[in-house]
Design a protein. Sequence first.
Length: 255
Amino acid sequence: MSEWRSARCPYRKEGVRTIRLGLWAVKTGGGRLRNRFSLGPSISRPQSLYSIPVAAMFTGLVQAIGAVTARLEVPDGLRLSVDIGRLPGPFRIGDSIALSGACCTVVALESGVAEFYLTQETLDCTWLGQAVVGQVVNLEGALRAGDPLGGHLVQGHVDGVGQVTGSIDAASGGDLLVQIPDSLRKYCVAKGSITLDGVSLTIASQEAEGVRIAVIPHTAQETTLGRRAVADPVHVEVDVLAKYVENMLSQRGLR
């Protein structure tokens, strides 16, 4: 390697979450530049930083639950207010928070209550339009660089709405049975990952029309899953890696 080069490229845009990556461009003997990225602390090389926009990501480990405090129907959607006081922060307007697995943007924030604007698209794809004042939802803030990935990669993009067919005890947990939409069942495999109402879970077994999840007491107590009754709707997000594999195979004519 004949020489090291470094560059600084500040990126600033209001309302867009950014992460900072250390960048070292290494000039090889062949004359090409090879980039090496580091997710380590930026303070180690403060003059060699890139700040780039990324989509919000989650891990499916619910950090808190919060109650709906207000809802206001508007011509093009719904304004939903949720108490996020128990959610580790800080948060500001423009941040992303998953509401029972649906990635939503904070549009107003006051005294620990965040307001979210839900478009008609969100209302069509989720059950959030049915949420009433007093109802609790699972909360998770978007991952920040350096946060542990304790569950699995969760986008907060709800793939469909399932239905509880077998509920669990709110204190001791148990086997949760959920009917999965037909189009999503092909992505469900035993011992694979699935997100239900924002909770990263492992599929214990596949059932005739859905999945069985063995829910431990902690999950039943600290999330809304222990409160779900038979026939209640649940957000379903399948493992995005399975969808990428399917797409790559289809591009090769192997689907």
